[in-house]
Design a protein around this ligand. Structure first.
Ligand code: HEM
Length: 188
């Protein structure tokens, strides 16, 4: 287990114990709060279990998750097209196992005017043996960025749920439902 990996734990009892993004290098990476009302729903579950591993970290008091940059090899800094690969593994379970949400290795892809956040498709590949199975989860407002001090920085990218990911949330949220905005920083 790496030092940022943590065992399954209760989000509520972790408040104040882990601190904000404990152990994480925040100079680059992707920061996302999933959906505030979903985290509030989870926090009301008496049997909630959650885990944050694979490089991801959490600021429980802010309801934000950080995924470090894994690779920008497939991203073209000149054209702004391609894929930025972040890594990390979030899991939530509750309702005696009826609810299980797993969000693994977010990638952001810029493709000809469309920006998409995808996750590893754990249903297609539960053993995580092949990273080519991806599930688009969010459509992103096509974001502008700032290049400064050796960092490319995107702030407050609007996000909305893609049709392909409606089943992840038990079809409670319709396509187009607003999720929390994304922040991203990568080295230039
Ligand atoms: C035993 C099975 C389940 C029961 C009894 C149940 C019950 C409920 C109830 C009562 C609410 C509304 C109350 C509240 O906001 O606190 C709710 C909302 C919700 N449930 Fe479930 N649920 C179940 C399974 C699931 C599963 C499998 C998922 C998959 C992720 C899920 C996702 C959601 C979502 C996304 C919301 C809306 C949260 C929000 O944004 O306000 N539920 N559920």
């Amino acid at each position: 287990m790496s030092e940022v990996e943590r065992p399954i734990e209760d989000l509520r009892s972790s408040k104040g114990e882990l601190g904000s993004f404990a152990g994480a290098d925040m100079s680059t990476g992707l920061i996302w709060g999933i959906k505030r009302s979903f985290l509030a729903y989870l926090s009301r579950m008496p049997d909630l279990k959650s885990s944050v591993s694979g490089g991801a970290s959490v600021a429980p008091e802010l309801g934000l998750y950080h995924f470090p940059l894994a690779s920008s090899d497939a991203y073209d800094y000149g054209t702004g097209q391609g894929t930025l690969k972040f890594q990390g593994d979030l899991r939530f379970s509750g309702h005696f196992g009826f609810l299980f949400v797993m969000l693994v290795d977010p990638w952001v892809t810029f493709d000809d005017g469309l920006a998409t956040l995808s996750f590893h498709d754990v249903e297609a590949d539960p053993e995580l043996a092949d990273d080519s199975a991806r599930r688009p989860m969010l459509g992103l407002g096509y974001p502008g960025y700032v290049d400064a001090h050796g960092i490319r920085d995107w702030q407050l990218i609007p996000t909305s749920l893609r049709t392909e990911a409606v089943s992840v949330f038990n079809e409670v949220y319709p396509p187009g439902e607003l999720f929390e905005p994304l922040h991203m920083r990568v080295t230039l």
